[in-house]
Design a protein around this ligand. Structure first.
Ligand SMILES: NC(=O)c1ccc[n+]([C@@H]2O[C@H](COP(=O)([O-])OP(=O)(O)OC[C@H]3O[C@@H](n4cnc5c(N)ncnc54)[C@H](O)[C@@H]3O)[C@@H](O)[C@H]2O)c1
Length: 263
């Protein structure tokens, strides 16, 4: 088991000897997840289309004493995703965890005003991207007989997303893909779960605020806690889902929304 020689994790480094792949790790939640895994001892493969942001995340991990490799990769392209998993295994010897987090937002308009190319772009990244990532990750995890995958959905994958119907449909699809994969691979030592955050302070949210400056106040007042989440609060949940602490958690959509969907 190349790259996984440590039997006992170091104190404070529960993921020492483990290898994780995070997509969309050049920014926002993906970056926070990559940094948290790096701090916890994992070797981190940072995947993103953004070369600058991807290198920056990898550099942050290395500067804080962790291990990281940036691989530029577009999750909508099968050849990129296949090469991404191959590079991960060539470099670190295995793939223990994958967080399929890359996604794009919807500009925001009533469903009847959306265009074909918006539908194709959002579904391409958010749904096909997650399916392609799981396809190649699962092939590697099957060889190992172990693994855990976390797909980034959203509360918009569980309840309505007014003026963002395509994004909402894409996140419902992520939950569906997650449950099917969880059922299919449960006897192969592989767990597959989804994470469903509500609003999180990231560049994606900043772009939504830029398009419609009232968004921030509206989102904050819609949250029972009166604030949006910080990326690290989502990262903590992603690490837990991957960890052995969640060994019987499978096919679950974990809501991390400060109570948003509870009211
Ligand atoms: N920010 C929120 O309020 C919020 C809420 C719920 C769920 N989410 C979900 O969390 C995830 C991360 O969102 P974020 O807010 O950090 O967004 P972000 O825009 O800050 O980061 C997304 C990253 O994905 C990358 N990416 C986009 N298309 C890609 C592609 N085709 N291939 C590879 N990488 C690609 C981008 O370059 C970027 O670095 C997404 O799945 C998003 O839908 C976000």
């Amino acid at each position: 088991m190349k790259g996984n020689t440590k039997q006992q994790p170091e104190v404070g480094k529960p993921f020492a000897g483990k290898v994780v792949l995070v997509t969309g790790a050049a920014s926002g939640i993906g970056r926070a997840i990559a940094l948290a895994f790096g701090r916890s001892g994992a070797s981190v493969v940072v995947a993103d289309t953004s070369i600058e942001g991807g290198h920056a995340t990898a550099a942050m991990i290395v500067e804080s004493g962790g291990k990281a490799l940036f691989v530029q990769s577009n999750v909508t392209r099968a050849a990129d995703v296949e090469a991404l998993v191959e590079k991960t295994v060539n470099y670190y010897g295995r793939l223990d965890y994958a967080v399929n987090n890359a996604a794009v937002e919807e500009e925001g308009q009533p469903l009847a005003d959306a265009e074909d190319d918006q539908f194709d772009r959002i579904m391409g990244v958010n749904v096909k991207g997650v399916w392609l990532c799981m396809k190649y990750q699962l092939r590697q995890m099957l060889k190992q007989g172990s693994g855990a995958i976390v797909n980034m959905a959203s509360v918009s994958g569980l309840v309505a997303a007014p003026n963002r119907a395509i994004y909402g449909a894409s996140k419902h699809a992520v939950v569906g893909l997650t449950k099917s994969a969880a059922a299919e691979y449960a006897r192969d030592g592989i767990r597959v779960n989804a994470l469903c955050p509500s609003a999180v302070r990231t560049p994606m949210l900043a772009r939504m605020v830029e398009r419609d400056p009232g968004t921030e106040k509206r989102l904050e007042s819609a949250q029972p806690m009166g604030r949006v989440a910080e990326p690290v609060e989502i990262a903590n949940a992603a690490l837990w889902l991957c960890s052995d602490q969640a060994s019987y958690v499978n096919g679950h959509e974990l809501v991390v929304d400060g109570g948003f969907t509870a009211v």
